[in-house]
Design a protein around this ligand. Structure first.
Ligand code: SAM
Length: 336
């Protein structure tokens, strides 16, 4: 007998979204600004780039000729996704910093072709991206459940829903490089706690190479990365009633040879004082003074292996592109 009870629309039934960014998120921006803009060497964490506009700009960066990481990572995934699907038998994909999930589709295709795919769990700080990708992916993959988590992966990993079977936790795009070495290992340890005995971490890392190639990837000829960098000031203007003129700052990208990481900075073109009304704060910049907005660490195989081991993870597969520009690693919890 057919039920006459009203049914939810198909897509809505397949989607669950949890948001953990309430007032606490606003406080995190405020705390980061208070902490980071009152230091002798000014600094902000990169997560604040990503409002809806920042997320769009990042997507444009991924299409730029100079920005090889996305192309390389996609090429590795395309080449090896079937193998990864077979090896892991994953029924779900959890993705940290999922963005628009454009490369993720390669993995979803492989898991779907293997007949195991049931659920996708995108975790991202940008609400619009999580919602949009839940809508599009449930339409593209009939039967797929999407449980989106809008949150900060540094604070909300415990809100990732319990596994429904073997899973891959993906951390793509080289985002792990945004952590300093100590916090990187701590964060990997947090991720390892998400992994059961049948689960795998799939992580993308950009590799050490010619500094000219690296610097060009973060300072493109069309100025998209510069706009992305300055976007953090627009976020401060909107969220904390600040009065930065983004055009007062030059975009700077340089390879720090000692640490083997790229630094993005904003350099004041002139002496200025910005007011952050929401925090009752005045911030003074000398002419030429810099605000560091991102580090992006570059890796060697030894560095990746050392980080994974320190976090209680063991390398299962090291996958790279033919030119050795980027690597994907599959790892799992060290067996005891
Ligand atoms: C470099 S992009 C990578 C996007 C995508 N994974 C890719 O490979 O193209 C970083 C992504 O992580 C998200 N993100 C950055 N910091 C975050 C944080 N602390 N918590 C949650 N998401 C974060 C950003 O919103 C953005 O979508």
């Amino acid at each position: 007998m057919e039920s006459s009870a009203p049914q939810p629309p198909l897509a809505a039934a397949a989607i669950q979204i949890d948001s953990h960014l309430d007032g606490a998120e606003a406080r995190s921006l405020a705390e980061d600004v208070l902490d980071g803009l009152t230091r002798p060497f000014k600094e902000l964490p990169p997560k604040h780039f990503y409002d809806a506009r920042g997320a769009q700009l990042f997507d444009q960066i991924c299409e730029l000729p100079e920005y090889y990481p996305t192309r390389c990572e996609r090429a590795i995934l395309s080449e090896r996704a079937d193998e990864l699907a077979a090896l892991t038998g994953a029924v779900e994909l959890v993705e940290l910093g999922s963005g628009t999930a454009s490369k993720t589709r390669v993995l979803l295709d492989a898991l779907s072709a293997a007949g195991t795919l049931e659920r996708y769990v995108p975790v991202d700080v940008t609400e619009s991206m999580v919602r949009e990708c839940a809508e599009t992916l449930t339409a593209e993959y009939p039967g797929l459940q999407v449980h989106g988590v809008i949150g900060d992966f540094e604070r909300h990993l415990d809100h990732v829903p319990p596994a429904i079977g073997p899973r891959i936790v993906a951390f793509l795009g080289g985002t792990i490089g945004n952590f300093t070495p100590g916090s990187r290992r701590r964060f990997l340890r947090e991720i390892s706690r998400l992994l059961g005995p049948e689960d795998f971490l799939l992580m993308g890392t950009d590799l050490v190479k010619d500094p000219r190639v690296l610097e060009a990837a973060y300072d493109d000829s069309q100025g998209v990365t510069a706009e992305f960098n300055r976007n953090v000031l627009r976020v401060l203007n909107r969220e904390l009633q600040a009065d930065f003129d983004p055009e007062d700052f030059d975009h700077v990208a340089l390879f720090n040879e000692q640490h083997e990481w790229i630094e993005m900075r904003l350099r004041a073109k002139r002496e200025l004082i910005a007011t952050v009304r929401g925090l009752d704060l005045c911030v003074h910049f000398r002419a030429g003074e810099e605000l560091r907005t991102e580090i992006s660490a570059k890796f060697t195989p030894e560095r990746v292996d050392g980080d994974l081991s320190a976090a209680g993870l063991e390398l299962v597969h090291w996958l790279t592109d033919p030119d050795g520009l980027f690597a994907l690693t599959l790892s799992r919890r060290t067996s005891r």
